[in-house]
Design a protein. Structure first.
Length: 198
């Protein structure tokens, strides 16, 4: 086999690797932009291992890995760093974990004159469920008032017949004030989220 043929085959293989590495990077980057940090981290790491020879793509992947890891505190907890928009994307993909049979009706549902519902859902019985998301560190004083207004809007304008409306508040950490307030509102429950990178 001549040196010329060897060089052409090597160049072709390099081009194929670059194309494959770029595709893998784009997939990982899409996960990152949607706030799926755990998945993005895994994909960037796999990319760096499989396409170690594609230096330019590896450099970009290393940068994004550093960004992801900068969100992690000493315990590997990214809960306090997650943005509400990212949290919303994560929750939408995990509705079955929040409650079995829960299905999304609409994200950011506009209630004219009232505000936007983070996630408007229906449960397995067809009743409406209003989900309000608040990231770690946000003051909880106004959450209950907010979700009650949204539930009232849904009850007046969307619910039909005997259709019920209830609420779920999802927060990074529950404070005592919120716990006491929700204890007096039987149609509202609290759930917490915790994201870790191991």
């Amino acid at each position: 086999m001549t040196d010329s043929i060897k060089s052409k085959r090597k160049l072709k293989r390099q081009n194929q690797d670059e194309d494959a590495a770029l595709c893998a990077f784009e997939r990982a980057h899409e996960e990152f932009t949607h706030g799926h940090f755990l998945e993005a981290q895994a994909q960037f790491r796999a990319l760096m291992k499989e396409y170690a020879g594609v230096q330019e793509v590896i450099a970009y992947a290393r940068t994004y890995l550093a960004i992801i890891e900068s969100r992690v505190n000493a315990n590997g907890d990214i809960t306090s760093k997650v943005h509400e928009a990212n949290l919303e994307s994560i929750i939408v993909e995990q509705l079955e974990i929040i409650e079995k049979g829960l299905r999304l009706v609409k994200r950011q549902y506009i209630c004219p004159g009232v505000g936007r519902i983070d996630l408007l859902c229906k449960d397995k019985k067809g009743n409406f469920v209003v989900i309000e998301l608040k990231k770690f560190g946000v003051k909880h004083d106004s959450i209950l008032d907010q979700i009650l207004r949204y539930m009232g809007y849904v009850k007046v304008h969307l619910a039909k017949g005997n259709q019920k409306v209830r609420g779920i508040i999802i927060v990074g950490k529950v404070d005592e004030k919120l716990r006491y307030a929700v204890s007096a509102a039987p149609d509202i429950t609290i759930k917490t989220f915790n994201l870790t990178i191991e």
